[in-house]
Design a protein around this ligand. Structure first.
Ligand code: PLP
Ligand code: COI
Length: 343
């Protein structure tokens, strides 16, 4: 084993081609046995469902090097299950959940040299995904699927890591009631590009979406769930059927209630309540826990300034961040079954 020669502390969040990827194909009603390959390119028909009707689902996970030099993943069973749920909604054959975990392990182990060392702030991002690979021209599901897992080393998703970010509301909706907001499908991200480019141009890292039906309730951002902290130190988390069931968010709820003795309320959150909160944070695999210092209201061009400010995370966000990342890097004892050791 010899680690790649990268400046691990400054690799950014970008795609790098690594050595091996796992592939398996579904045909005639069954998944083949799967294998590791070196080719990072995919060849499909010009009329493959993915090319015409975007039949695609994906996951986002990370492999961490722990303080004692092990390579681990965080709750991969939940990614396996969520990907199967996403696939069912998109009329795709779910990839068997036990095989999903084995395939992730194989892919990470085969790219061990790309797993960033402990203490660099970088991790190996893992991207399992599945596409409708057979040609269709009428709108119908593909009868064949290509499942693949690739990995790429990444630094923090937002520049500056755990320093506070600014986000903005926008004129577009993310997910309709009874739509696809609760699954991880590429289509939810394709339609976010326009407003994401706009947000970045104006200095905001993400859009904060409100519910599409009434535009009065906080949902989530384009790539993370959101949480707030009340004056009396309670964590408040928006509950909605059209947001992604974030594994990070579900873990934070457990960490807050069972490890930090912090009360959590999961309920619909009115946007009009936001000025009463003292902290706000984004949470997700890529985002980890990113404190929010400012929320721009695009309709009247004013700002909500969180009392925690733009210099450092507030105390509750900081505690959640330290505990969650401590669990992932092996410095805090993990709840049973959360850490999956690869090597
Ligand atoms: N919400 C959206 C829209 C996302 O893309 C992500 C990223 O995966 C999340 C939330 C966070 O989910 P998780 O914590 O499972 O990574
Ligand atoms: C993740 O957090 O893994 C995601 O898929 C979010 C994406 C915006 C990178």
């Amino acid at each position: 084993m010899s680690k790649k020669d990268l400046d691990w502390g400054n690799i950014g969040f970008q795609y790098r081609v690594t050595d091996k990827r796992y592939v398996s194909d579904y045909k005639d009603g069954a998944w083949d046995e799967g294998r590791l390959i070196e080719d990072s390119m995919i060849t499909v028909s010009e009329s493959a469902n993915i090319m015409q009707y975007c039949q695609e689902v994906f996951e986002g996970m990370k492999a961490y090097t722990t303080v004692d030099g092990k390579i681990v993943t965080f709750r991969p069973d939940l990614n396996a299950k969520r990907m199967a749920d996403s696939a069912k909604r998109m009329v795709m054959a779910p990839f068997p959940e036990d095989r999903f975990i084995e395939a992730v392990d194989m892919t990470v182990a085969a790219n061990e040299d790309w797993v960033p060392p402990y203490g660099t702030g970088a991790t190996l991002y893992i991207r399992p995904f599945m596409i409708g690979s057979a040609p269709v021209i009428g709108v119908q599901p593909s009868p064949e699927f290509h499942f693949r897992i690739f990995t790429t080393p990444v630094g923090p998703y937002f520049k500056g890591g755990a320093t506070p970010v600014a986000i903005t509301t926008c004129d577009y909706d993310r997910a309709a009631p009874h739509g696809t907001g609760n699954i991880k499908a590429g289509l939810n991200y394709a339609m976010s590009l326009l407003q994401t480019v706009e947000a970045h141009k104006n200095g905001y890292v993400e859009n904060m979406y409100l519910d599409a039906a009434t535009r009065t309730l906080v949902e989530e951002t384009g790539g993370s769930n959101i949480f707030f902290v009340t004056k009396d130190g309670k964590v408040v988390i928006p509950k909605s059927d059209s947001i992604l069931p974030s594994i990070t968010r579900r873990s934070l709820v457990y960490v807050a209630e069972n490890m930090l003795d912090i009360e959590v309320e999961e309920r619909p959150v009115e946007f009009s309540e936001v000025p009463t909160f003292v902290e706000c944070g984004l949470c997700g695999t890529a985002a980890v826990i990113s404190p929010v210092g400012r929320i721009h209201k695009h309709d009247d061009d004013t700002d909500i300034l969180l009392p925690s400010g733009m210099d450092a995370p507030g105390p509750v966000t900081a505690k959640l961040y330290e505990t969650l990342t401590g669990i992932q890097y092996g410095t805090v004892e993990a709840p049973e079954g959360w850490i999956h050791e690869i090597k």
